[in-house]
Design a protein around this ligand. Sequence first.
Ligand code: HEM
Ligand SMILES: [Cu+2]
Length: 541
Amino acid sequence: MPHADSPASFLDTPTGFRSWLLTHDHKRIGILYAIAITAFFFVGGAAAVLIRTELATPQGDVLTADGYNEAFTVHGVVMVWFFLIPSIPSVLGNILLPLMLGARDLAFPRLNLASWYLYALGGIFTIACLIAGGADTGWTFYTPFSTLFSNSNVLLVVVGVFIVGFSSILTGLNFIVTIHRMRAPGMHWFRMPLFAWTMYATSLVMILATPVLSMTLVLIGLERVFGVGIFDPALGGDPLLFQHLFWFYSHPAVYIMVLPAMGVVSEIIPCFVRKRIFGYRFMIYSIMAIAIVGFFVWGHHMFVSGQSMYAGIVFSLLSFVVAIPSAIKVFNWTATLYKGSITFEAPMLYALGFVGLFLLGGLTGLFLAATALDVHLTDTYFVVAHFHYIMVGGAVMAYMGGIHFWWPKVTGRLYPEAWARFAAILMFFGFNFTFLPQFVLGFLGMPRRYHSYDPEFGLLNAFSSGGAAVLATAYLLPLGYLSWSLFYGARSPANPWAATGLEWQTSSPPPTHNFLETPRVDGGPYEYSPSQAEAEAEARA
Ligand code: HEM
Ligand SMILES: [Cu+2]
């Protein structure tokens, strides 16, 4: 309830540049992340524009072959490590987790600030690699290419990714301790919002898997600089070892990207349906199952690598198993809609977009998990389409939904709703326009990572590039109207959506320590009622 003597917001005090760069406030650190991550999104986006411009026609006429390799390497490295992995946890998680738990900050505020500086330092190394001329290994740094053949800039980007990994580990540690130790009185485990649960599961993956990646990157450095034989057969090493180590991290990492997205969607849907989420406990079991089983499926990236056929069969089966909890979640979101009082505000449009696109991404993942089919589809555009449906259609959609949903909470301002709905719809169409043709292209046999291609693939690629232009426009729109709303948007009440989470019980924007009095919790997280929905509908009529 905002009133005249409502406390000063975290945005207003203290003032000055230094107070931001040395802040210990989780909300301010979240905003620092948001700024850095948005910058990287546009760096990665610029590379995507280059890629799609080159692929608009079959001839390799825009970039050289090497230039193209560098473009997709920057694109992948930046989008995965500097945008998607940190995005939801570091921005929304940082800002919301303490608020949702009724805490005054994270458990280790200084460590939290250190994580941001590590992120920035890793980013500097990566940009330095770009300025030095770029690397061309792809975001996966496969050996022996990265150790024997690529140029030495690959070391700069490997160091950058190594450093940003520590940012991830420290954030995970911080979240886990916060969730264990700092929940408000009455908030027991099965009263936590699902977003907090996904932060918990994601943090576990971050601290268990990321060190494996860090170690692998160190080994690349050792081989490249000192000639220690780890991956190079001539020195007694094994190149496949790299793929095992890399995917042991990187498959769980796709759940670092998508679990938080599921958390965001689980907050948005009940709010705009005015119903409790369907199957709350099953949602939690599914979240944990995904996080755990996700550690045992990495070999599905290696079906054609020459790994043993029996290993292939086991990895295939386990990959089907990991789809079950994801399917449960899709079912539960859908069941939440059933007989709900649904309204289509912008965050809800993004959330619904997520459910549909994630479903398509997940189902095509099953195609790829079938070993016989994967021999045909691996390293084709089918794979590119598949992971973009998960990572962009899924995770980026949810991130955008979350930014809109909590924008009034963090900034104290409302954004222009009509523009926001228009951008959400444009993004959905632009996305499908770009990536749906790529399923067909891959199925017809177009391989990924070539800068020119057979003219028979021309039409579908032209579609895809056209769609990319639409999608790029859709991504620029929120940048415009959200910045506008910072200065000219109407003031938001504390709880503009009439949502139930603890974060909505404090003023918008919240005071530095979040709550004037520690909140007490005596019920579940989604106590929306049908009678409330009816009253609202009457008020609107
Ligand atoms: C957050 C958003 C995104 C993420 C996380 C992402 C991630 C990735 C990754 C990991 C790759 C693999 C790179 C490689 O081949 O090694 C890739 C490839 C690609 N991405 Fe994205 N991407 C995103 C957005 C976009 C957008 C908006 C477009 C188009 C406008 C796009 C177009 C492409 C294309 C064409 C390739 C294929 C490059 C090739 O293999 O020839 N991506 N992306
Ligand atoms: Cu995988």
